[in-house]
Design a protein around this ligand. Structure first.
Ligand SMILES: [Zn+2]
Length: 165
């Protein structure tokens, strides 16, 4: 019949919980544990319990406030890491496309106006001058509208897109 208990079991247990196992447990007890399955198991299990108990004691020794503070610090750091790794959202892509489209419109309006201004300087005839001036005014109006849109709309679109996060 297999043995289920050992007379040295309690001694091994005491040694582990008092932090004497295995170095200061004494040679006879160590020699016995090397051969005794029960005492080996007791030492292993008690060792694991002792370690986790020490960890619990160390954690409990911290005052509540600093434990809470440390946890919030850890959480903030995790969230910062997650936010940095977050992929660009569809809203941000759309906002960027809108901004690029507006910039393109502004550039297009500007270059048309610029070409018109060059053409106006090239021809000094009064009639052509008048026609080109009215044409310029219309183009200039479009340019101003585009500029206003770019200055006020783009930040607004970005604000909405980012605010929706
Ligand atoms: Zn034993």
């Amino acid at each position: 019949m297999k043995r289920v208990e050992c007379e040295f079991e309690a001694e091994v247990l005491d040694a582990v919980f008092q932090g004497r196992w295995p170095e200061q447990a004494g040679e006879p007890l160590r020699a016995h544990a090397a051969q005794c399955e029960i005492c080996r198991d007791v030492a292993a299990v008690a060792g694991a319990i002792s370690e986790s108990r020490e960890a619990l004691v160390a954690e409990a020794a911290l005052p509540d406030a600093s434990r809470v503070w440390r946890r919030s610090q850890l959480r903030a750091r995790q969230e910062a890491v997650q936010a940095a790794g977050r992929p660009i959202t569809a809203a941000q892509v759309i906002a960027f496309a809108c901004a690029m489209g507006l910039l393109g419109a502004v550039f297009g309006a500007t270059s048309t106006w610029f070409q018109g201004a060059l053409g106006r300087m090239a021809s000094f005839e009064a009639g052509a001058m008048l026609a080109s001036a009215s044409k310029l005014l219309m183009e200039h109006g479009a340019f101003v509208l585009s500029l206003v849109a770019a200055v006020f709309l783009v930040p607004a679109v970005f604000y909405v897109a980012l605010g929706r996060e």
